[in-house]
Design a protein around this ligand. Structure first.
Ligand code: GLV
Ligand code: GLV
Length: 322
């Protein structure tokens, strides 16, 4: 008999087809996020849970089914899951790294361009019929070519963002407690303060951990150049959003390009009134190719878990270590 998988939201068609080959699929038929109770109900009657980064999978949900065999997250980040609790119960948790690296790096650049060159404001201006002809000072932005890019967190995605910067003849600074990328790329490792002080663009690529919460707050925003632009495609809470709002309102920095928010999907009051911020709805991995490939990895993780093997993208591999 096929194992049962509970899927909290419809994934791309090719992914659903693949899931149906291997599993009896119980998928949320509606185009909306499920409530905690609904997730709990689905989880209580499945072998494997396939969830999204926007689903909070807490100890209560994890414990509701003593036969739960695995939790398969459709995301690289997994701060939405109580991994510690899953590990205690010997339940494997998986994610989808790798395939979304370049797509997310592209998005960080898209935000850099659109913020620095004021593309969103310009578009709005055009649609409002305000263009009356070429003007010397219309929508002056900032150059990207030849500037300094600061990468905070030089993992896969941070490195991919840095690689793109070479084509723009940028100086690259990075800060990271774990990785060294000087051998792969012409970049200089510095401490966070030096990076913030010297970068024209600061792009965040750290995972959400207790120690990265509010990594960028009042002090850091004040250290940054007043001409600097902050890009966040990581997790909202890496930035103290209240302080970022103040920084944008009082021009401590020039602008920000954001794909993630502290209390998604809610935005902090006042943010949408700032013209110097470009806002995207957490879409950094949202290309047709990548969302399908993330699904295939998730399916592969689910199948291997069911077969009792170590899944290719295991988050808590310690459960296999005894
Ligand atoms: C997106 O934010 C992800 O973690 O995949
Ligand atoms: C995430 O995949 C990273 O390591 O940057």
């Amino acid at each position: 008999m096929k194992p049962k998988i509970f899927v909290t939201r419809m994934l791309p068609d090719l992914v659903m087809e693949k899931l149906n080959e291997y599993f009896v699929v119980n998928a949320n038929p509606e185009d909306r996020a499920l409530s905690k109770e609904e997730i709990k109900r689905g989880t209580s009657d499945c072998d494997i849970l396939l969830c999204l980064l926007s689903d909070t999978i807490d100890s209560d949900i994890i414990s509701c089914n003593p036969n739960l065999k695995g939790i398969v997250n459709y995301a690289v980040g997994f701060n939405n899951i109580d991994v510690k609790h899953a590990t205690k119960l010997n339940i494997p948790v998986t994610n989808t790294p790798g395939v979304l690296t370049e797509t997310t790096a592209d998005m960080a650049w898209a935000l850099m361009f659109s913020t620095a060159r004021r593309i969103v404001e310009s578009d709005k201006f055009m649609r409002e019929g305000k263009f009356k002809g070429w003007e010397p000072k219309l929508f002056l932005g900032f150059d990207i070519y030849g500037k300094t890019l600061g990468i905070i967190g030089a993992g896969r995605i941070g490195t991919a963002v840095a690689k793109r910067a070479l084509g723009f003849n940028m100086k690259i600074l990075y800060s990271d407690n774990n990785s060294d990328i000087e051998n792969t790329i012409k970049a200089e490792k510095v401490d966070l303060e030096t990076l913030l002080k010297n970068s024209d663009f600061v792009s965040l690529h750290v995972p959400m951990l207790p120690e990265t919460k509010h990594l960028i707050g009042e002090k850091e925003l004040k250290i940054m150049k007043d001409t600097a632009i902050l890009i966040n495609t990581s997790r909202g809470a890496v930035v103290n959003e209240k302080m970022l709002l103040k920084a944008l309102q009082e021009n401590w920095i020039t602008g920000a390009g954001l794909d993630v928010y502290e209390n998604e999907p809610k935005l902090i009051d006042g943010l949408i009134d700032c013209d110097n911020v470009v806002l995207a709805p957490h879409i950094a991995s949202a290309s047709v190719e990548t969302r399908t490939n993330m699904g295939f990895i998730a399916v592969e993780n689910a199948i291997t878990i069911w077969q009792g093997e170590i899944p290719p993208q295991i988050v808590n591999k310690e459960i296999y270590e005894n």
